[in-house]
Design a protein. Structure first.
Length: 86
């Protein structure tokens, strides 16, 4: 099982791409404070978040930096997108 990323690793990946948490939040329509709180709370954690907004932020961040922040978050979102609504 792969290891969850720490806050500094996420931050350095964003910086490599010429971005930061604030720019990511604004460009994706999230509140800056919410993004920083989600990263602070979930970075380094191996569990999946239950909240939709938290999940979306971590999934979008993972896509932007090109690496899963939480192990399986991109696979998990693909499963949710492919499951037909009831």
């Amino acid at each position: 099982m792969s290891q969850a990323m720490e806050k500094r690793q996420i931050q350095s990946r964003l910086i490599e791409r010429g971005s930061n948490f604030r720019q990511f939040a604004l460009s994706h329509g999230y509140a800056v404070r919410t993004v920083t709180q989600v990263v602070q709370r979930w970075a380094g954690n191996n569990k999946m978040p239950r909240g939709r907004l938290t999940f979306q932020i971590l999934r979008d961040l993972s896509r932007v930096i090109g690496k899963e922040i939480l192990p399986g978050i991109l696979a998990e979102s693909a499963e949710q997108n492919s499951t037909p609504a009831k």
